[in-house]
Design a protein around this ligand. Sequence first.
Ligand SMILES: Nc1ncnc2c1ncn2[C@@H]1O[C@H](COP(=O)(O)OP(=O)(O)OP(=O)(O)O)[C@@H](O)[C@H]1O
Ligand SMILES: [Zn+2]
Length: 828
Amino acid sequence: MIAKVIVDVPSRQTDRPFDYEVPAAFADWIEVGSRVGVPFGGRVLQGFVTELADTSDFDSKRLKPIAELLDHVPPLLPDLIELAKWMSEKYCCSWTTALQAMIPGALKGKAERLVCIQDAESASEDLPLAMTEWMGSQLVKLDVLLERFPEYAKSVKSALREGVLVEHTKVRDRLAIRKVLTVYLPDDVGKVRTQLAALPARAGKQREVLAFMLERGEPMVLQQLLAEAGGSAASVRSLAEKGLLELREVEQQRDPYAGREFDRTMPLALTEGQNEVYDRIIRAVDAGEPKTMLLHGVTGSGKTEVYLQSIQFCLEQEKQAIVLVPEISLTPQMVERFKGRFGDAVAVLHSRLSNGERYDEWRKIRSRQVQVAIGARSAIFAPFERIGLIIIDEEHESSYKQEESPKYHARDVAVRRARQHGAAVVLGSATPSLESFAAASRPLTAKDEGREPALLPMPVRVGGRPLPPVTVIDMREELKEGNRSMFSRLLHSSLADRLERGEQSVLLLNRRGYSTFVMCRSCGYTAACPHCDISLTYHQKSRALRCHYCGHAEQAPATCPSCQSEHIRYFGTGTQRVEEELSKLFPGIRVIRMDVDTTTEKNSHEKLLKQFGDRKADVLLGTQMVAKGLDFPYVTLVGVIAADTSLNLPDFRAAERTFQLLTQVAGRAGRHHLPGEVVIQTYVPEHYAVVTAQQHDYAAFVSEELRHRSAMGYPPYCRLILVTMSHEQLPLLSTVSEGFASELREIAENEGVLISLSSGFGRALEVLGPVASPISRIKDRYRFQCVIKYRGSIDASALVRKALLPFTGGPPQRLVQFSIDVDPQVIL
Ligand SMILES: Nc1ncnc2c1ncn2[C@@H]1O[C@H](COP(=O)(O)OP(=O)(O)OP(=O)(O)O)[C@@H](O)[C@H]1O
Ligand SMILES: [Zn+2]
């Protein structure tokens, strides 16, 4: 039997399956999706089996055999192997890069170099005694050896060359399954009881332990037994020797939510609006045909309850469900709602889990212990075999797009995966992305049926509660009337009101675009990175200046390096300043600050929200983190300190992001019995993103925004691919990027699609550039970019891949690096 294997070498030349012989010993175990170690270029590397075949196109006598089988249950399934192939084509990455994105970190095997002493006699001459004694006849990791004897690195190298030391390569398997010794009672408990009485008096400890176990009546982890019953490991061992207890190694799953009680909840009686939407979702799940729906429900309309009951239906059909939420929403509130309804049937995947915890949650999915997976972006790859429903909450969030390769968008991957499984996809949001909304509102033609998402509106809040009234304050007017504070008079008095009434407030500082840089007031000097074309960011905690692109760090200067003036100012994160100001204005006010500085520790985010939920604070002050998904009954005031900091960014989605943020944060107020109120401070009160957010008018925002997008030729009127090229030498970069652009134009021309987008309708593709990237240098490499705009049924990724061919290969030191971003979120 022949296995086709994708080897973990992410280069374009090796991006195809290689044939290997399947040794008889593995024949019964190897499947499509198996992880194997295979010899490749003199080493053993990790790979995934993509296909099994009887014959090879190559000389089968010369095929090498698979060296190792790394797991007995294949970590990937055939549908995921195929999905990865699709991703590699769509996002122009290698197949293995896409596969690696699908498995938990614990399974990412790196080839490991092991050495052992081959020739003891020469070893004693060439290598220090301490080293040969330490190694003995063992296989030792090369890097461990070098770490221990760094001063002998040279001798080790020559010993390797001379065959005194020999090298073995093995795929490192970090399979971190945790096993613990567990104490069991034997089957015949009656016998144990009689023997307990017969134990001699001096075996007092053993008696206590045994009595404890009998009373408890169920297995216990040894450590825990010793802690609770007293006694020593020795006493347990001798009981085990007498056959009165049994000791076994048992796998212990690391459950990040262990010991936490989740109150079970019952389905709520759905409102009429919820019911209509629910009906349409379950009909799609029932039909088992792929269908995408856009659930456009205002804040507080009860989308989560619709998700929960739809999943319930899905589980009753013996199918599984995936729920994607933005990383930041994986707060206890969301997890509680799902664990509360489905208990142990839920696995939770997010980036704050340790590698081991995440691996165990993932295996619960793979081993069919759970039927629901809730997680951030990468949970879309949950290895379920029969998916009935995929939900993407807050579908407009940019965090669904991965910024590193593979640069996939979880929404598009979800739609593709649903097609493989015949599953329904529900995109939920109070502020849908323009792409999804435009697609869902297009009039359907027969051809589109089942392809375009259907629109499911929920325009009212649960219980008919009103959306909170929003007041927009023009901060220019405040200044004119002599108010220099960062709080308008209205926000100030509203905060005072809440304090008096014991209600809570949420304050948002829109940090996107909020400067955290250093500037000299005398000469205008700003601190810039010496390797990148970007200003350095000031970090208050370490008083250091850092570059976010290359990591360069330097001490913050006390005087201006350019003019020696002392009027140098640091503009910090802002939230700290707001907090100080609050304490000044309202002595004794209890503020919880939530920003990057206060949420670095594990679970800190949760803890802060719990404190706030328990009403141990008056104000929750924070960045974007406070805007999403929170549902606290005593929040009756939401204040936005500065609405427009994100409006001026050079990003065609700036208005959309601002509208979404304002609408989402406004939606935190008055969600329960107490009515809410929102105050937005801004310098551009007339901007349509602010005006329409004030009126809770999504439709008005969309129609205005669509006019701009249409005029400027941006999505959803076209799609984009951003190609960034970089090299240390400017002339070479310039030549190569020109070459690439004309190659691509020629290919498009031959396909008959090189047509200006402004010319009417139908298929069209334009190649803009190359031009210098907005950040024109990173890590001493110059950067140029091309933007490809296209519309209609064009496989633009395929054209880009084709145009890249002449530019891959060749001497590596001359290579211009290409980075392809399909459907980019930002064009930087
Ligand atoms: N049918 C129902 N009957 C009574 N209460 C409900 C019902 N459905 C939802 N709720 C409650 O209404 C509140 C708002 O619901 P939920 O948090 O799901 O809103 P949402 O649509 O997700 O809003 P957002 O987009 O702001 O997160 C919750 O406290 C929820 O428990
Ligand atoms: Zn830098």
